[in-house]
Design a protein around this ligand. Structure first.
Ligand code: GLU
Length: 451
């Protein structure tokens, strides 16, 4: 198996899905997954994108810690082999040199869309671009594990260029030569490459090797059924990592883009999905990348973490100055309330800051007429109430009851005073952890602001 990304941008979730499908096959068959960076487009490649691919793959568990992983290899290191393959095809009469310009072809065929007319086929030129000579009739059949049998009429396949006039090999050739060199016998990749496949299959045969098993996995679309695009959609795997998605939730979700384990289960760990994965069960229709569903998955994975692991995983989102003992007292409450780890910050920051960060919309909503009286009479009770969440709650219930208010209504101005927001951790546990002096301070600050 191989995964052969081009480092021309941030690592795409679609690439990650293809990589995982390959990884599952390599692991279940005891095979090898080769990472090959197709870095031959110097104008569009950047080293940081190569590093991004390697680190994002490592994040989802595809890395050299596994005996199934090999690489990274770099396509640019194999240019000699690409040239030798072209030379062999020339020598065997399966390819020929061509010096036609696009304009010349167009002038002869009268159309831009006609394809190459074979003008140089028998001219015996010794220089120029190199074209592969395709059969004039018959069909090329691609047996695809996902798409089934796909037929391509040879008459519609022009003699395509495999080496440019400047001697540089094209993707269609380099990709095949590398797969041969690396003894790849299963190619699982994005559907957009299906149209290259008959050409590549002809190249494999012309170079005297048996083509690999092909599988083209469906495109990924957004909620408008548009192909995910880096301009429009959040497609970079790294951005999910940086927001606090768990790698195991991401892996689980990505595997379900076009595949399902065949029962009703959706949430299942890699160790259970991996052996079940089969290319034959991959869907042909576009797969919807549903960020809401991914969030829900992530929330489930977060809730399933043992508490100490959850605490450790929150670490990058906690300011170094925050007291970890205090955080430990609310971590369990927070664990059930966040869907991505980055949300932990806004849930607990009120415990550590001098003043909570006031959210203006929350303030406006909570500080309606009557709010000051609630806050002031609750403050009075807080001076003497016994300091535990239950008593803190009873005290506020009483304050509300005196005014004919349900607890929910009475809570709002207190919650915003204490935490700065209308939503967050359970209020009375929060007040308990914050402590009497600081809680009273905050209620008094609100009173000053309101009056
Ligand atoms: N480098 C190609 C790409 O990133 C991959 C081609 C392949 O998987 O065969 O689209």
């Amino acid at each position: 198996m191989r995964f052969a990304p081009s480092p021309t941008g941030m690592f795409h979730v679609g690439g990650a899905r293809s990589a995982l499908f390959n990884w599952a096959l390599a692991e279940q068959s005891g095979g090898t997954f080769v990472l090959r960076i197709e870095d031959t487009d110097a104008a569009r490649n950047r080293p940081e994108w190569t590093e991004g691919i390697i680190s994002a793959l490592a994040w989802i568990g595809i890395n050299g810690d596994s005996p199934h992983f090999e690489g990274p290899y770099f396509q640019s290191a194999y240019e000699q082999q690409h040239r030798e393959a072209a030379a062999k095809l020339l020598k065997d009469g399966r390819a020929y040199h061509c010096t036609c310009t696009r304009d010349e072809v167009k002038a002869r065929t009268g159309s831009e869309h006609q394809g190459y007319d074979g003008f140089c086929r028998d001219r015996g030129l010794a220089e120029g671009a190199v074209r592969f000579r395709t059969p004039d009739d018959g069909i090329t059949v691609v047996e695809d594990k996902v798409r089934g049998r796909v037929e391509f009429p040879n008459s519609a396949m022009e003699d395509f260029v495999i080496v440019r006039g400047d001697g540089s090999p094209l993707f269609v050739l380099a990709n095949v030569v590398d797969d041969m060199e690396m003894r790849i016998d299963s190619v699982v990749r994005a559907e957009e490459h299906l149209s290259n496949t008959p050409k590549q299959q002809l190249l494999w045969e012309a170079l005297g090797a048996e083509p690999p098993q092909w599988a083209h996995v469906p495109v990924i679309v957004n909620e408008k059924r548009q192909k995910l695009s880096k301009r429009r959609d959040k497609v970079a795997l790294e951005s999910y990592r940086d927001e606090g998605y768990l790698a195991e939730a991401m892996v689980n979700y990505l595997m379900l883009l076009g595949w399902s384990p065949g029962d009703d289960r959706e949430i299942l760990p890699w160790s259970e999905m991996m052996p079940l994965f089969r290319l034959e069960d991959v869907n042909q229709s576009p797969a919807f990348f549903d960020e809401k569903k991914l969030r829900a998955f992530n929330g489930e994975y977060i809730r399933a973490l043992p508490l100490d692991i959850f605490v450790a995983r929150c670490e990058p989102w906690l300011d170094p100055s925050w007291d970890r003992g205090v955080f430990g007292r609310v971590a369990e409450l927070a664990q059930t309330r966040i869907a991505v780890l980055s949300e932990i910050t806004a849930n607990v920051d009120f415990l550590f800051l001098e003043e909570p960060v006031f959210d203006q919309a929350s303030w406006d909503k909570a500080m309606k007429p009557g709010a000051a009286e609630i806050v002031s009479s609750y403050a009075e009770r807080l001076e003497t109430v016994s300091w535990d969440a239950e008593s803190l709650k009873v005290a506020l219930e009483e304050v509300g009851a005196e005014r004919g208010l349900k607890l929910g209504k009475a809570q709002a101005p207190v919650r915003v005073s204490i935490t700065g927001r209308t939503v967050g951790l359970p209020l009375f546990e929060s007040i308990e952890v914050l402590g009497r002096a600081r809680s009273l301070d905050r209620l008094r600050t609100t009173l000053t602001k309101l009056t």
